[in-house]
Design a protein around this ligand. Structure first.
Ligand SMILES: NC(=O)c1ccc[n+]([C@@H]2O[C@H](COP(=O)([O-])OP(=O)(O)OC[C@H]3O[C@@H](n4cnc5c(N)ncnc54)[C@H](OP(=O)(O)O)[C@@H]3O)[C@@H](O)[C@H]2O)c1
Length: 320
C-alpha cells in the first residue's frame, strides 16, 4: 500500500510518484515515438511497474538503444520496438497489421509521437506535415487499433496535446494551409487542438465499451522536440520564461501527466478531458495565459466534424 498523497500531485510530480503503489503486471502498453524524450520516459516508468511495453520508432536502432536501457534499468525484458512512420498511411496500415497479428488486446495506447514548428512540408499522402503526423497519423492508427482496445477494456487512450493548442483552433476551411500563409506555430496549435477534439470524440464513441480517452499537456520540457526551433523562437521562449509564464519541467515530471492519464484510479469513469500537471485542467479562453484548455478544443460539434473530415482524409470509416 502506498503512503503517497495523490491529491498533492502537481507541476513537479514525477512518473515514479504517479505509479507508486500501482501494479501493471499483465497490461500491454503501446507508446508512439518512444525513441526519445517523454515517450522513452513513459515507457521506462510503465515497464518498471511490470507492464509489457511496445515503443514505436522511425529509427529502429535508436529505439532499440532506448529499449535496452529500459530493460537494464527495470529488469523487465518485455520491452519491444516496432517501426512506425506516422506521416505515411501505408506505413501505419502495415504497422497495425503487424501489431494486431501479434497482439489482439491493448490496455493502454499512448499517442505520444509528435513534430513541432517544422518548416512547411507535406506527408506521403499530401497533407500538411504537422496536422498529418500529429493528428491524422494517430487518427488512423487509433481507428485501426480500436478492436484491440475494446477487447482489453477497461482500457485507455492518451493523446499528447500541448498548451500550444491555445494558438489555433482547427481551421476547417483551410486545414492544409492552401489559402493562407503557412505559420509553423499556428500549424502546431491546430494539430494539438485536433489531438484534444479527437479525444473528445473517441471518448463519446467508446466510453460505453469501456475505452476512455484523455488529452494531456505535459508541461515544457527540454527534448528533441525543439529541433526545428530558430533563434527567434528561443528568444520568445526565454522572454516567456523570464515573465514567469511557465517553469521548465524535468523529463520524469514531463512524462508524469501522460502516465497519470494512462493509469490513475481517480480517473475511472471519466474521459474526454484535458489534463495538465496531473489533474483535469480548467476551461480558460484568456489569451494571455498558457494555463487550461480552450473551449474550442472541447467543442463536441467540432469534435464530430473533425472525425468526419479525418475519415475522409484517411479514406476509411470506423464503425464505432
Ligand atoms: N517537450 C515539450 O515541452 C512538450 C510540450 C508540449 C507537448 N509536447 C508533446 O509531447 C509529445 C512528445 O514530445 P517530446 O518532447 O518527447 O519530443 P521528442 O523527444 O522529439 O519525441 C518525439 C517522438 O516522436 C517521434 N516522431 C516524430 N515524427 C514522427 C513521425 N513522422 N513518425 C513517427 N514518429 C515520429 C520522434 O521520433 P524520432 O526519434 O525518430 O525523431 C520521437 O520519438 C509530442 O506529441 C509533443 O507535441 C511536448
Amino acid at each position: 500500500m502506498s503512503n503517497i498523497d495523490r491529491t498533492t500531485f502537481g507541476h513537479g510530480t514525477t512518473t515514479d510518484e504517479v505509479l507508486e503503489g500501482i501494479d501493471l503486471t499483465g497490461k500491454l502498453a503501446l507508446i508512439t515515438g518512444g525513441s526519445s524524450g517523454l515517450g522513452a520516459e513513459t515507457a521506462r516508468a510503465l515497464a518498471s511497474k511490470g507492464a509489457q511495453v511496445v515503443i514505436t520508432a522511425r529509427n529502429v536502432d535508436k529505439g532499440e538503444e532506448v529499449a535496452q536501457s529500459i530493460r537494464s534499468a527495470t529488469g523487465n525484458d518485455n520491452v519491444e520496438v516496432m517501426a512506425l512512420e506516422l506521416d505515411s498511411f501505408a506505413g501505419i496500415r502495415a504497422f497495425a497489421e503487424q501489431f494486431l497479428a501479434k497482439y489482439d488486446a491493448l490496455d493502454i495506447l499512448i499517442n505520444n509521437a509528435g513534430v513541432m514548428a517544422s518548416p512547411f512540408a507535406t506527408t506521403e499522402d499530401g497533407f500538411e506535415m504537422q496536422f498529418g503526423t500529429n493528428h491524422l497519423g494517430h487518427f488512423l492508427l487509433t481507428g485501426l487499433l480500436i478492436p484491440a482496445l475494446v477487447k482489453a477494456a477497461p482500457s485507455r487512450i492518451v493523446a499528447l496535446s500541448s498548451a500550444g493548442h491555445r494558438t489555433s483552433p482547427v481551421v476547417f476551411e483551410d486545414i492544409n494551409f492552401e489559402q493562407r500563409d503557412y505559420n509553423k506555430w499556428a500549424s502546431y496549435g491546430q494539430s494539438k487542438t485536433a489531438n484534444i477534439l479527437h479525444v473528445v470524440e473517441l471518448d463519446r464513441r467508446l466510453a460505453d465499451s469501456g475505452v476512455r480517452a484523455y488529452a494531456v499537456h505535459p508541461g515544457v520540457i527540454q527534448t528533441e522536440l525543439s529541433r526545428h526551433m530558430e533563434q527567434e523562437d528561443w528568444d520568445m521562449m526565454q522572454g516567456r520564461l523570464d515573465e514567469g509564464a511557465f517553469k521548465i519541467k524535468t523529463t520524469p515530471a514531463g512524462a508524469a501527466t501522460s502516465t497519470y492519464a494512462a493509469t490513475a484510479p481517480e480517473l475511472e469513469g471519466r474521459g474526454g478531458v484535458y489534463l495538465e500537471d496531473c489533474h483535469i485542467a480548467e476551461i480558460n479562453d484568456d489569451q494571455t495565459t498558457s494555463v487550461g484548455v480552450q473551449p474550442y478544443a472541447l467543442d463536441p460539434e467540432a469534435a464530430k466534424q473533425l472525425w468526419a473530415v479525418s475519415e475522409e482524409m484517411v479514406g476509411q470509416t470506423f464503425s464505432v
